[in-house]
Ligand binder design. Structure first.
Ligand SMILES: [Zn+2]
Length: 398
C-alpha cells in the first residue's frame, strides 16, 4: 500500500488557535480549577498562590534562552510563545490563563510519571511492557522493532491513507519517514522502573524536537549530551543516518550514554543499558529500589533484570550471524524463539516464566532507502510470527 506523505509548513500560531478553539474558555478554566486541586501537584507547584504562579510563568516566557549555549532553544522560544498566544486567541482567554493551563498540565504529566515509580511494587508484580530494536547496515540500511505488551493491548493495522509531516520536520509519525536530516529511528525500549528521579521543570519547553536539529547521528549524540535537561527519557533508542552511521542512546534524566554500531550492527532492548556508565548507573538505581521496598532476591525484579541482559546478549548473537542484513536478517532477530525466559518473539505459553505476561503484539521491519515498512500484528488467534506483513510504502509528495 502506497501512503502519500505531505510536508507542510509548521504554523505555531494557527495550530495554537485551533487547539484553543477546540478547548474553549469554559473547559480551559474548568481544567485549571481541577488541576489546582490535583493532589499530584501538591509536592511541586500546588502550594503556590495564583499570583506566584503567574509571576513565575511570566518570567519564564520573557526570559530568552542563552543563544550561545542553546542556539536551538533560542530558535524554539518565539515559536513556543507564539503557539501559546494562538491558543489564548483561539480559546478567547488571556495569555496568562493559557500559560497556567499549559504549565499545570505539563507539571501534572511529570508528576504522574514520577509518582508511578514511588510506590512499592505489588507482591505479584509482572512485566507489562517492553520492546526491542535493531539496526543492520550492510549495502542497505534496515531497521526492526518488536513491541511487546500484555495481550489486552492488541494492535490493529494502520488505517492511514495519508501522512502529514510538518516542516521543519522532526520525523517520525509514522515510521520511517526520515527527518530532513535523513535520520531514521526504529523506536525506543523502555528502561523505566528503576529510573525514579523527578523530571526537571523546564517549561515552556515541554518537548525538545531533537531530530529537527540533527543532520547526522553524530549531531544526535551531541544534542543528547547538550540537552540532557530537556530530554528526560527513560530508555534506549537507536538512530541511523543516511551514511549508515548508527548509534544507540541510553537516556535517563540528566544522564546519557552513547554506543556506536560495531561493524554496522546495533541493537537495544528494554530494561538494559549498553553504555558502560549508564549500565553502572542502572545497577545502582536498581539496588536502591530493591532496598527501599525490601524486595526479595528471588523476586520478579531480579529475574526481570537478568532476563533483560540475556535478551540483549541473545539479540547480539542473532544480529552477528551471517546474513543479508536486510528483511530476512531482521526477521531472524525479531522472530527468535530461543528457550530463554523471554525470547524475542513472545508467546502466551504455559511454560514461560510466570512473571512475564507480555506477548509480541506488533513487529515491524523497515527498509530505509525505500521508506517501506513491513508490519505484522498479533491477534488472539495467531502470534506475530504466524502472520502476514502489511506493507506500507511512504512516498513523500513533491
Ligand atoms: Zn513467535
Amino acid at each position: 500500500m502506497r501512503i502519500p506523505v505531505y510536508v507542510v509548513e509548521d504554523r505555531p500560531y494557527d495550530e495554537g488557535v485551533e487547539e484553543g478553539k477546540a478547548l474553549g474558555p469554559e473547559t480551559l478554566r474548568e481544567e485549571v480549577r481541577s488541576l489546582r486541586e490535583d493532589p499530584l501537584l501538591e509536592p511541586s507547584c500546588g502550594q503556590m498562590s495564583e499570583a506566584e504562579l503567574n509571576k513565575l510563568l511570566q518570567e519564564r516566557m520573557e526570559t530568552e534562552p542563552d543563544a550561545g549555549a542553546f542556539p536551538e532553544l533560542a530558535e524554539l522560544h518565539p515559536e513556543v510563545i507564539t503557539r501559546l498566544r494562538g491558543k489564548a486567541d483561539g480559546a478567547g482567554v488571556s495569555l496568562q490563563e493559557v500559560a497556567l493551563h499549559d504549565y499545570l498540565k505539563y507539571r501534572r504529566h511529570q508528576m504522574h510519571w514520577w509518582k508511578m515509580y514511588q510506590i512499592p511494587p505489588p507482591e505479584d508484580a509482572r512485566s507489562a511492557g517492553g520492546c526491542s530494536g535493531v539496526i543492520l547496515v550492510g549495502d542497505e540500511i534496515w531497521l526492526g522493532k518488536n513491541c511487546d505488551c500484555t495481550p489486552e493491548e492488541y494492535g490493529t493495522p494502520r488505517a492511514t491513507d495519508k501522512v502529514v509531516v510538518k516542516k521543519p520536520r522532526t520525523g517520525y509519525a509514522p515510521l520511517p519517514v526520515v527527518s530532513e536530516g535523513g535520520i531514521a529511528d526504529p523506536g525506543g525500549a523502555t528502561v523505566g522502573i528503576w529510573m525514579d528521579e523527578q523530571h526537571e521543570d523546564v517549561w515552556p519547553y515541554t518537548s525538545f524536537p531533537l531530530l529537527r536539529f540533527a543532520g547526522s547521528v553524530a549531531e544526535v549524540a551531541n544534542l543528547y549530551q547538550r540537552y540532557t535537561l530537556y530530554l528526560p527519557g527513560r530508555g534506549a533508542h537507536g538512530y541511523v543516518d543516511r551514511n549508515g552511521e548508527a548509534i544507540s542512546v541510553d537516556n535517563g534524566f540528566r544522564r546519557v550514554g552513547v554506543s556506536r554500531a560495531r561493524d554496522g550492527l546495533i541493537w537495544y532492548t528494554e530494561g538494559y543499558f549498553q553504555s558502560e556508565d549508564m549500565r553502572q548507573f542502572l545497577a545502582e538505581r536498581r539496588e536502591v529500589f530493591a532496598e527501599r521496598f525490601d524486595i526479595p532476591l528471588g523476586s520478579y525484579h531480579n529475574q526481570y533484570f537478568a532476563d533483560c541482559s540475556v535478551r540483549f546478549t541473545n539479540m547480539g548473537r542473532l544480529a552477528e550471524l551471517p546474513g543479508d542484513r536486510r528483511y530476512k536478517h531482521i526477521r531472524t532477530v525479531l522472530e527468535d524463539h530461543s528457550p530463554f525466559p523471554r525470547a524475542l518473539c513472545r508467546h502466551d505459553v504455559p511454560e514461560r516464566a510466570d512473571y512475564d505476561r507480555t506477548i509480541t503484539l506488533v513487529s515491524y521491519t523497515m527498509d530505509y532507502a525505500r521508506r517501506t515498512v513491513y508490519e505484522r500484528y498479533a491477534t488472539p488467534e495467531r502470534y506475530c510470527c504466524q502472520q502476514q506483513d502489511h506493507v506500507y510504502e511512504y512516498v513523500i509528495q513533491a
